[in-house]
Design a protein around this ligand. Structure first.
Ligand SMILES: [Zn+2]
Length: 218
């Protein structure tokens, strides 16, 4: 497709061994979690990234999007892989429309420059985009974008529906498949120890937390 470039595949070595930040996280479940699906990674989302993504999502009735920046890691004891989404970068040069969003050559050059300058230790762990009034799913075109620009098994796609305030992470499964309709929840980082959750995606349910007396379902 003219005008598009592919993000060069990143190294395929094993990820660094780092314990999951479970102590400071609250788990949000999608309706499709715990159905026996086997996502390659679980997702930890930092509050700052959540705020920036939701703010960006609220700026336009057209689709907007960008990339997710963070770490790809492995839990030392279990070997289970996860990503932490620490930052986001809005795609400044996307062609925005109500039906599609694309990454252009300028977008990706800009992203790589910014990562090199600001987050030299981090990677592109996926991308996000909005579906105003459309629901949470991956279109055929979204799946095309995901497989072409974010081909690593552990790279994820976050879809946000800003009008109903819903969202979900699309994650490849261990057999390599990517389900375009069944999305996963995530861990909200920095949210334990009695701090209230900041997540307002109504289609996800929070795990019961001992810090809130087991009344955390909204
Ligand atoms: Zn889409």
């Amino acid at each position: 497709m003219p005008g598009l470039i592919r993000i060069a595949p990143q190294e395929t070595t094993r990820p660094p061994s780092v314990p999951k930040p479970l102590e400071f996280s609250q788990r949000w479940y999608s309706p499709y979690d715990n159905l026996g699906l086997e996502p390659v990674v679980s997702v930890f989302l930092a509050r700052l990234a959540y705020f920036r993504i939701t703010s960006h999502a609220d700026t336009s009735e057209d689709e907007v999007g960008g990339v997710l920046i963070g770490q790809w890691c492995e839990e030392p004891e279990t070997g289970s892989q996860y990503i932490s989404v620490n930052h986001m970068l809005p795609a400044r040069h996307t062609r925005q429309g109500s039906v599609y969003l694309t990454f252009t050559k300028d977008t990706l050059l800009d992203v790589h420059d910014q990562i090199e300058n600001n987050y030299p230790e981090e990677k592109i762990v996926g991308w996000y985009h909005t579906h105003p009034r459309m629901g949470v799913f991956l279109s055929h075109y979204d799946t095309f974008l995901h497989n072409n620009f974010f081909p690593e098994p552990w790279q994820v796609a976050l879809v946000v529906e800003p009008f109903t305030s819903a969202a979900g992470f699309f994650i490849r499964q261990n057999d390599g498949t990517l389900d375009p309709s069944r999305y996963f929840g995530f861990y909200e980082m920095d949210g334990a120890n009695g701090r209230r959750s900041v997540v307002h995606w109504h289609n996800l349910k929070k795990t019961e937390s001992e810090f809130e007396g087991g009344t955390s379902y909204e």
